[in-house]
Design a protein around this ligand. Structure first.
Ligand SMILES: Nc1nc2c(c(=O)[nH]1)N[C@H]1C(S)=C(S)[C@@H](COP(=O)(O)OP(=O)(O)OC[C@H]3O[C@@H](n4cnc5c(=O)[nH]c(N)nc54)[C@H](O)[C@@H]3O)O[C@H]1N2
Ligand SMILES: Nc1nc2c(c(=O)[nH]1)N[C@H]1C(S)=C(S)[C@@H](COP(=O)(O)OP(=O)(O)OC[C@H]3O[C@@H](n4cnc5c(=O)[nH]c(N)nc54)[C@H](O)[C@@H]3O)O[C@H]1N2
Ligand code: SF4
Ligand SMILES: [Mo]
Length: 729
């Protein structure tokens, strides 16, 4: 008798990509409903066609998402390091051999027991949480986890690894992290991608740029590396790394010396103009001088300034700057971001639809973080006060030296990692790994995979992908609030961050009711209109509405034509003066790294993000590795620099400085200019480093902090390169 299998029932679930990307895409997940007790299975992911920024497509990374979700390498059960197995890199695919599976019950007992013992002996501040943006869902990024560590009295982590210098810069100039909406870029007449790899890192802005270009707009890219974005642009200005303040001042010099500023706008909306004008007009900021510093010819600087200032006059369409975080990953990057952010204030670009600047939109989503994170719980902790703050960029020092000679400040005895892979992404990797190797350090890692960091864990806990959890999310690159509905049940025994820290809190004996909150409670708290100062554009957004609608546009203020024009008038600014702050004037200072080490290590190193990974996420997935194969394990360099060192394409090279050394294979090409070399960030343990040191580009980067905001300075790194023989074995 012939049998025919029933056609499986399908459903579509509205999810949000929770990866650390400005686009925060609406994702539709097609799910095959399991029959006879079988679990539901996601069979397709696609961009939400009804989302005005996602517009129905996903980036190459997340288009292949099911390969990650259903990867055979997923960490699915709690595990504990086997007795006698030392911490350190484990062969890929054989990591599990170092661990033994335990139940969640045992895992919670072990972690709670250890944390209780350590806090009793060394004080709660000896516990250091370490997390970043593995998920930018509001709950997963920071809610129950913070409650837990606040109540424990653990050290606080200053989350500065990515955006704090630029964020602080934007706040100093504008008072709020807001900017030109991506949809409005279609109306620009000149687009400047300034330290912004739009095509690689922010692909959903690209169609709007293309739309503008079809109407005649030009795209200029300012980037020391010839990115995909630069290759597709009308003009690429290969700036010397770390010199953006000088370029911005050079542009101001030209604009102001020709009186091209928008006088009316400047008077109404800025503060400190006279001082800035006087400073920018100094001879040292003339294009000829700026050319020497930036490597961009003087006439190009003048033309850039004129095109920028005259964009509206010439094309009836304004100029817009996509400033991204590349500029501020540099010692004086905060000042650089401030200087660039002042340009649209001078020419009044904000007055026109499509004009202005975008660095981050995150300020438009005032979720009630205080309600989610409850910092007041620190007062209920054994500490009874606010705990010390550790800057995450100084993890290497925190694990190896902090507190060693100061009895009042405990060193770190327990490290609790989630949403992050610090063994690979943190600067000064050699110190980080040295610290993580400490046998007296108790390390918990909550992860989806056996990352570099997992190799140093005492206890490993399984985390779900965004398909397996519920969350609410804003964006830093658009203005839609979204809800991420769980498409499938957590795989294996994965627990969300919310569940983990709620359960762990109860296991620690924390009796506060807030540890009972589940996702829906937290979403409602995040959206509650408790704060009377909450802007009207964020009011009236509820969990129920989000569950029905998936994404909701913020009702940002509009003018009489129904246009949202941030900073087009004084009421938008949130600075103390109530205007755009042009003071203190941005002063160009060459990075100390260059001044101190330039003789020994003459090359500027760009330890870049991969186009097909998300920081180190996806670096272990074969389909993503294939997409990235052109640059993996590669050091890109200019022909003159290679020749001077007797290096040719394909040669094994050592890249080194006073902090570390890694081995890569040279690729001589035109992606970087003279004096600059570039390599990609990925997992450390994949042995792309030919020396087999199990280190990556961050072996070379430093813990030095940015001028403002305490940010990381990945792009202020000097190195030397030499040819080597590959060591086998
Ligand atoms: N494919 C992909 N997408 C990503 C990520 C990823 O790893 N891969 N990461 C995500 C994350 S965490 C973030 S924060 C965003 C960041 O997105 P971006 O801000 O675009 O980040 P970066 O790629 O670090 O820097 C952008 C560009 O700045 C350039 N740059 C470096 N130094 C300088 C300088 O001194 N001056 C100027 N003008 N330019 C400079 C770099 O060469 C780079 O091409 O992207 C997100 N999207
Ligand atoms: N050399 C160099 N270093 C860099 C950068 C660079 O450009 N160059 N970029 C810097 C920047 S901008 C950033 S933002 C940082 C990023 O650093 P990280 O935030 O550490 O980023 P990822 O490497 O993507 O690691 C995130 C991890 O979180 C895990 N994860 C995802 N979702 C969840 C979850 O729900 N729960 C838990 N517990 N875990 C989850 C993922 O599996 C992944 O392993 O790296 C910085 N480091
Ligand atoms: S990584 Fe960015 S572009 Fe890719 S799907 Fe996620 S939000 Fe969209
Ligand atoms: Mo980032």
């Amino acid at each position: 008798m012939a049998t025919h299998s029933a056609v499986p029932a399908l459903k579509t679930v509205h999810a949000v990509c929770t990866h650390d990307c400005p686009d925060s895409c609406g994702v539709l997940v097609t799910v095959e409903v399991g029959v006879g007790g079988a679990p539901d299975r996601a069979v397709k992911v696609q961009g939400d066609p009804s989302h005005p920024v996602t517009r129905g497509f996903l980036c190459g990374k997340v288009a292949k998402y099911l390969d990650r979700v259903y990867s055979p390498d997923r960490l699915l059960y709690p595990m504990r390091r086997k007795a006698g197995v030392a911490k350190g890199p484990l062969p890929k695919g054989r990591e599990a051999e170092a661990f033994e599976r335990i139940s969640w019950d045992e895992a919670l007992d072990t972690v709670a027991g250890k944390l209780t013992g350590i806090t009793a002996e060394f004080g709660p501040e000896s516990v250091l949480p370490y997390s970043y943006a593995g998920t930018i869902g509001q709950l997963g990024y920071g809610s129950m986890d913070r409650r837990f560590f606040h109540r424990l009295g653990a050290s606080q982590l200053d989350r500065t690894i990515c955006a704090s210098a630029g964020g602080e810069a934007l706040k100093r100039v504008y008072g709020i992290k807001l900017g030109t909406r991506p949809e409005d870029f279609a109306h620009a007449g000149l687009i400047v991608a300034w330290g912004a790899n739009v095509h690689g890192n922010n692909i959903h802005l690209w169609p709007f740029i293309e739309e503008a270009r079809r109407q005649g707009a030009r795209l200029i890219v300012i980037d020391p590396y010839r990115t995909r974005t630069a290759a597709l642009a009308d003009e690429h200005l290969a700036i010397q790394p770390g010199t953006d303040t000088a370029l911005a001042l050079g542009m101001m010099h030209v604009i102001l010396s020709m009186g091209l500023e928008d006088k009316e706008y400047v008077a109404e909306c800025t503060h400190g103009f006279a001082e800035l004008r006087e400073y920018a007009l100094r001879a040292e900021h003339a294009p000829e001088h700026v050319a020497e510093v930036t490597g961009i010819p003087a006439h190009t600087i003048s033309k850039l300034a004129l095109d920028y200032a005259n964009a509206f006059k010439n094309t009836r369409r304004p100029a817009v700057i996509r400033l991204n975080y590349g500029v501020q990953r540099s010692e004086n990057g905060g000042t650089a971001a401030r200087a660039v952010a002042m340009l649209p204030l001078l020419v009044g670009a904000w007055k026109h639809k499509g004009g202005g600047l975008q660095l981050s939109m995150s300020g438009s989503f005032p979720f009630d973080e205080k309600a989610l994170q409850m910092p007041e719980l620190m007062l209920a902790s054994p500490l009874g006060r606010a705990a010390r703050v550790v800057n995450m960029n100084e993890l290497g020092s925190a694990l190896t030296s902090l507190g060693r000679d100061d009895a009042d400040v405990p060193s770190v005895k327990a490290l609790f990692v989630y949403n992050s892979n610090p063994a690979a992404v943190a600067p000064n990797q050699n110190d980080v790994l040295k610290g993580m190797r400490r046998e007296d350090l108790f390390t918990v890692v909550h992860e989806q995979f056996f990352t570099d960091t997992a190799d140093y864990a005492d206890v490993l806990l399984p985390a779900p992908s965004f398909l397996e959890l519920k969350d609410v999310q804003g964006a830093y690159g658009h203005s839609f609030v979204q809800i991420n509905m769980p498409a499938i049940a957590p795989l294996g025994e994965a627990w969300s961050n919310v569940r983990l820290f709620g359960e762990l809190g109860k296991r620690m004996g924390f009796i506060e009711q807030c540890f009972d909150d589940v996702e829906d409670d937290l979403i409602e708290q995040a959206l509650r209109d408790a704060d009377p100062k909450k802007p009207a554009w964020f009011a009236g957004i509820t969990r129920e509405r989000l569950e029905r609608e998936g994404h909701i546009p913020l009702q940002l203020p509009t003018n009489v034509h129904g246009e949202t024009l941030p900073f087009s008038s004084a009421e938008w600014f949130r600075t103390p003066s109530g205007k755009g702050e042009l003071v203190p004037v941005p002063v160009f200072v060459a990075p100390t790294e260059s001044r101190a080490n330039a003789k020994e290590y003459p090359l500027e190193f760009l330890p870049r993000k991969a186009d097909n990974y998300m920081n180190t996420t996806f670096a272990n997935v074969p389909v993503h590795q294939r997409m990235e194969s052109r640059t993996e394990g590669i050091l890109e360099m200019d022909a003159a620099d290679a020749m001077a060192r007797g290096i040719g394409s394909g040669d094994a090279v050592e890249v080194f400085n006073g902090r570390g050394a890694i081995q890569l294979r040279a690729l001589v090409n035109q992606q970087v200019g003279r004096g600059v070399v570039a390599a990609r960030l990925d997992w450390s343990k994949l042995e792309r480093d030919l020396s087999g040191n199990r280190s990556n580009v961050n072996a070379l980067t430093s813990e030095r902090l940015t001028d403002i905001g305490g940010g990381a300075t990945f792009y202020s790194t000097l190195v030397e390169v030499r040819k080597v023989e590959v060591q086998h074995g």
